[in-house]
Each structure stands twice: as structure tokens, then as C-alpha cells.
Design a protein around this ligand. Sequence first.
Ligand code: SF4
Length: 95
Amino acid sequence: MYLSRELIRALATASGRPEHWRDRALCAQADPEMFFPSKGKPARPAKRICQACEVRAECLDYALQAGEEHGIWGGLTTGQPAPGPGPGTEGSQAA
Ligand code: SF4
């Protein structure tokens, strides 16, 4: 079953609790095993979903803070180096 982002927001609001970034996670509508693929299974389908996810930055931030050791978070596989700052931002290596 697919729930639109608007419906998910409306349900979260109606529940009376503050909205959390997880309420907008696209993976909540996908097979969880896709985001924790067993050895030899492709990670690409999950990463493709992450590319379209509006809370990708929050998700990656959470995974880094929490030290998640398994799964795909923010479009990256755990153990994969976190993306550095973008070009032209403070701390970037670009000249
Ligand atoms: S970026 Fe995070 S919250 Fe969004 S689909 Fe990927 S794993 Fe889920």
C-alpha cells in the first residue's frame, strides 16, 4: 500500500504528536529488508528510493550520530564514507 506524503503528514498531525522526520521517510512504505540487504543482495534499489527521499539529510545525520552499523541510511551503506561538505562550503577541499 502506498500512502502519499500529504496523507502521512495529516495522520501524524491528527495523532496529536509533533511531526518527526521519520514520518516522511520513503522507506516506511517499502520492504524493510531492502534497507538491510543480506550479504550479496544489491543495495541499489534501496539507494534509489533514498535519492527521492526528502529527509535524506536528517536520516544520514541520525545514522552518523547513532553509530548505526547496519543497513542503508540516507542513501549510503553503513561503512561507506560520509559525504564531505559540498564544493564551496566551509571545510571543503575545493580551491
Ligand atoms: S534516506 Fe533514510 S529515511 Fe529516506 S528512504 Fe533512505 S533510509 Fe529511509
